[in-house]
Ligand binder design. Structure first.
Ligand code: PGA
Ligand code: ZN
Length: 431
């Protein structure tokens, strides 16, 4: 009897990410010759509950950041487990990876090992089906292109400047489609660059491609952004501002928040009051990680107070894990979730979290990491999972534009047969 199509080879290589640190590339080959490869990204402001990113810790190579042992784990342990396994089902493969690891946080194999293999298998399977990755993963028939959230000013842990807020993003929700939203974002990015230059400020960029000047305050960043939107010929109804505060980085043992660059110490009430005031003053669409990931009480009050007006996004709060999201849903905290596949470690677990989010009315937002690669998988996943938003940096640096360019080609292929996440959000806001 002819054996069904199955996995014949699982390989891996140590490669580099956008910060010049080692990361994992994995390749999976099937018995019909189909093959798929994938690279994994790496965060800087990582959440304490994220799945484990395994590194060698050998100080003589890459300052301890090498992933040679992870590569060996893939080539030996994971390959031994997966070779011969049917190529039909993503959940089966991901289930085997989870079982082989056997820990809560992928500590044994490393989430960088499991995700690289999981996505490489997804691509090999898609190749076998003769479909693009997004179509092979998609479960519903409706096609939605996400609205880009472009991080055009970088601060916090992503830049050596004096801004405490990690990300200032522009979100062109009022543009008619994805390609127009990208054009708008790029025009505003360049208008902002001109404004900075005109004031003698630096236009060097941070990890995610946004400018990283030292400014008088975080408020000045918001002023500059609003000005750039208008200078480029748009208005703040159509182009909203989103922030990633990454407040978990500021939370102290006594429950207060220390903003390191402004050297300010705030209580949770003071910090929440600041966000509420900003939501009144600026055209904000969303605030991400507005409070620390263990500050449940603060999150509940904040969600009650301003959750009806803007998206409160949990990144370090939920770390893409269904169990943490379910706890948040019960506690009524936040109303949107950042989706970073490497925070959980397999494609199937990522998909499960997105499905739970959608069922509960939480907006899923696909996201890159500050250390990323030219692998555009999250662009495909955003379309496959119908996420209305994607956060993947400024329209600058090839590891960021790789995702936008992938979406531009998917948009082109889909033609008119597609919805735009920005329009869906704008309609919701107007109701
Ligand atoms: P990270 O930043 O990849 O450094 O965690 C991105 C984010 O916080 O959203
Ligand atoms: Zn974040």
């Amino acid at each position: 009897m002819k054996r069904k199509c199955h996995i014949v080879e699982v390989d891996a290589v140590e490669v580099l990410d956008s910060r010049g640190n080692p990361t994992v590339f994995s390749q999976v080959i099937l018995s019909d010759g189909s093959r798929g490869g994938a690279m994994v990204p790496s965060g800087a402001s990582t959440g304490q509950y994220e799945a484990h990113e395994r590194r060698d810790g050998d100080p003589t190579r890459y300052g301890g950041k090498g992933v040679r042992e992870v590569v060996e784990t893939i080539r030996q342990d994971i390959a031994a487990e997966l070779v011969g396994v049917s190529a039909d089902c993503q959940q089966t493969v991901d289930g085997l990876l989870c079982r082989l690891d056997g820990t809560e946080d992928k500590h044994r194999l490393g989430a960088n090992a499991t995700l690289a293999v999981s996505l490489a298998f997804a691509r090999a399977r898609a190749r076998r089906m003769g479909k693009p990755l997004w179509q092979a993963v998609q479960s519903e028939g409706v096609h939605t292109l996400p609205c880009p959230m472009m991080n055009v000013l970088n601060g916090g842990a992503h830049a050596d400047n004096n801004l405490d807020i990690q990300e200032f993003m522009i979100v062109p929700i009022g543009l008619p489609d994805f390609a127009e939203a990208i054009r708008c974002g790029s025009e505003i990015y360049h208008a902002l660059g001109k404004l900075l230059k005109g004031r003698g400020l630096s236009t060097a960029v941070g990890d995610e491609g946004g400018y990283a000047p030292s400014l008088e305050s975080d408020e000045q960043a918001l002023e500059l952004l609003s000005e750039a939107i208008v200078k480029a010929g748009y208005n703040t109804d159509d182009v909203r501002i989103s922030l990633d505060v990454a407040a978990g980085e500021w939370l102290q043992a006594d429950g207060r928040y220390h903003l390191p660059k402004a050297d300010a110490m705030l209580t949770r009430e003071e910090l929440s009051a600041k966000w509420a005031a900003w939501a009144n003053e600026w055209p904000l669409l969303s605030i991400e990680d507005a409070l620390g990931d263990d500050d449940q009480r603060g999150w509940q009050t904040l969600t009650e107070e301003i959750g009806g007006r803007l998206l409160l996004v949990g990144d370090d709060l939920f770390v893409t894990q269904e169990s943490r999201l379910l706890a948040g849903i019960r506690q009524r905290i936040a109303n949107a979730i950042l989706i970073k596949p490497n925070q959980v470690g397999t494609l199937s677990e990522t998909v499960a979290t997105v499905k739970t989010a959608r069922r509960s009315g939480y907006v899923p937002i696909l996201s890159h990491r500050s250390g990323d690669t030219e692998d555009p998988a999250i662009a495909d996943l955003a379309v496959a999972l119908g996420a209305p938003l994607i956060k993947t940096g400024a329209p600058c640096r090839a590891e960021r534009t790789a995702k936008y360019n992938r979406l531009l080609t998917i948009a082109h292929d889909l033609g008119r047969n597609v919805k735009f996440g920005g329009s869906l959000l704008k309609k919701e806001k107007e109701q």
